[in-house]
Write a protein that binds this ligand. Structure first.
Ligand code: G
Ligand code: G
Ligand code: MN
Ligand code: NA
Length: 254
């Protein structure tokens, strides 16, 4: 497969890059960022992970790729550690199911944290619901080991998958992330509005914080805020940008 070979070479030749998209609190203060992978292909241009993560998953390339993203994120956190503004931020890294189910995934993360010297409390892992369709005891053990060391855990794309409410209670999570599918029409579609409200009340009953993604308008933000949402991500607050641009933006803001 041409794309597979290209992707393997792309990783080896340094064509991977990360973008950071701000995550804000109710006051609009940036509290962190989601790390979004990009492939800067010499001919294809900027390729979205939506177009290569599925291939990377099926070929196993997601394992070195996922490690690379984690290293970049942790190296960035380490670089920020003594900055008065940036040291307060967290970075959220997407973890694919195949990556999480590697038998030593938890050890890999802890090793990267140790090697880079990043503060584990500043690292958040975004796990997808689909990842839960496995031996739940094993999943909980891995999550617990990471959480014990201070790593924060978020359940991404919440509401789109099959997570049973029974499991949800047992998972050592810190945060639920409301999928942008429900945020998009939250003001016009009563069904989506209800789902958003249910997720917020469920999360708060479980003692979890909630971040809404895909927030594009002040109206969406206001609705979510009125229903108890405290953290937001979306074009209203900022697009995914290169790390240097993200840092410059924050220095200008404060
Ligand atoms: O940024 P963008 O909208 O193009 O991302 C498309 C999809 O790719 C999203 O579902 C996002 O979660 C996923 N994605 C972005 N970066 C990573 C990454 O580093 N690892 C994995 N597994 N998925 C990622
Ligand atoms: O699956 P995941 O939640 O990780 O996907 C994150 C993706 O959502 C990123 O690729 C990012 O580019 C995209 N995204 C972020 N903010 C917005 C937004 O406000 N609107 C839309 N349509 N997409 C967004
Ligand atoms: Mn995500
Ligand atoms: Na999502």
């Amino acid at each position: 497969l041409a794309l597979e070979k290209d992707l393997r070479e792309g990783l080896e030749r340094g064509q991977m890059a990360i973008r950071l998209q701000p995550q804000v609190d109710q006051a609009g203060t940036v509290v962190g960022a989601e790390v979004l992978l990009r492939w800067e292909h010499p001919e294809r241009g900027l390729v979205s992970p939506a177009d290569f993560v599925p291939l990377a998953e099926s070929t196993g390339l997601i394992l070195p790729l996922g490690k690379w993203v984690l290293k970049e994120a942790c190296a960035t956190l380490r670089r920020w550690a003594h900055d008065p503004i940036l040291s307060r931020l967290s970075l959220s890294v997407n973890v694919s199911a195949r990556q999480f189910h590697e038998s030593d995934f938890d050890s890999q993360v802890l090793e990267i944290l140790a090697a880079t010297g990043a503060n584990p409390c500043r690292l958040k892992l975004e796990l997808t619901e689909s990842l839960l369709a496995h031996d739940i005891g094993d999943i909980i053990a891995k999550m617990a080991r990471l959480k014990e060391r201070g790593v924060r855990l978020s359940l991404d794309d919440f509401g789109t998958g099959y997570s049973s409410l029974g499991y949800l209670q047992r998972l050592p999570l810190n945060e639920l992330k409301i999928d942008r599918m429900f945020v998009r029409d939250v003001l016009s579609n009563p069904n989506d509005a209800n789902i958003a409200r249910i997720i917020l009340s469920l999360a708060h009953n479980l003692g979890l914080s909630v971040i809404a993604e895909g927030v594009e308008t002040a109206g969406q933000r206001d609705f979510l805020q009125a229903n108890g949402c405290r953290f937001y991500q979306g074009y209203l607050f900022g697009r995914p940008v290169p790390v240097a641009a993200f840092e410059d933006g924050l220095r200008r803001r404060s």
